[in-house]
Design a protein around this ligand. Sequence first.
Ligand code: SIN
Length: 464
Amino acid sequence: MTNELKVYNPATGEEIASVAQHTKEQIEDAISRSHQAFKAWAKTSAHERANIIRKWFDLMIEHKERLAKIITKENGKPYQEALGEIVYAAGYIEWYAEEAKRIYGRTIPSHTTNKRLFVTKQPVGPVAAITPWNFPAAMITRKAAPALAAGCTFIVKPAEDTPLTAIELVKLGHEAGIPEDALQWVIGDGKEVGEIFTDSPLIRKITFTGSTPVGKHLIKNSASTVKHVSMELGGHAPLIVDKDANLELAVKQAMASKFRNAGQTCVCANRLIVHEDIHEAFAQVFSKEVEKLKVGNGFEEGTSIGPIINKRGFDKIVSQIQDAVDKGAKILVGGDTHFDDDKSYYFVQPTVLTHVDPSMNIMHEETFGPVAPITTFKTLDEAIELANDTPFGLAAYFFTENYRNGLYISENLDYGIIGWNDGGPSAVQAPFGGMKESGIGREGGIEGIEPYLETKYVSIGLDE
Ligand code: SIN
């Protein structure tokens, strides 16, 4: 590993920081300290952990403007959106501070009179997390808060593009009273750090948000030490608009889903599947809204679409647009790019594509960019089949005012998160996660603490 990781502002390409990378020995030392710290942290009372974690939430809110500026600088998302992320991220900390006090076991009626049967919960042990750049704060707190609340210790390796937010969050955690060795960050190359984490028998759980291929690799590597794994992986969300949808609502919510973080979210709508009777009306109103989006530096007033995180992401988006156009798609709005390879900044004008078909890459591969392909359907079954025709199963959206159709669609979509007339279903109190190749486990809500807990069954024998 090289010594320094340079961090760039993706809107300007300027270097904003240089962070020392950890060596293999330093990361192994961090793991060993996490293992040592676990003994004491796991033994603190749930109320003590809750109070400390709650203090972390208070500090995050106190520092929200400063943290949001760091996000906009290293990730590029518009400042107001970054502020929204900080509040969202802090919400997970608040929720799990409270949830720490509700880790219940149970008693089981015995089959004999001379036994008492109990089930208790205990923390799984030291946890290692690998987190992405698209939500530099929320994807950390959604893992760290339940882990710490459960009594686990936690080490995070943030994405190389966005380490600064992670470092600040960890510092605030220490200021709140979380012991330094119970909450740590390490910086390094994703693959190398991933291998150190998965190889270590001291790490008992790996939690990852990122691409499906990397997730599969981590799952495979975790097998040798039989670690717990939680995986929040790729998506390819369909967004179905039925003919009886409230068009205005559908457009508004489709905009929110598709263009949040410039389309760089795992849950954002990747395919718009619109009933043929309303396709033209929908495409027209939607395109008008898309034209209003202002692309630029996230610190500039009115910017709603920031830069693409890096050249790799940009090239993928551009190649998907090109592939679709080569195969017959029409660009209704957008399609332009603004970039500078020397300075390393990359912008994509929000784009709407029509005349798309399943032969196009954009209809199968996650885009992670501000491009909305619109296709049509005749019957609900056709729409559902199209929607489910993917190895992914993270989020899906549909719009209908007909409750029978709505129930039918929601029951038949193979997705972990469904937004019915809702383009933004994420909530700290609700389970987030995918089916099929979109992941294993859930984060958020009461489900989100379970993956950090072991179940222990105790059978007590008594004298007759
Ligand atoms: C993601 O796209 O990875 C997370 C989005 C969310 O939490 O809503």
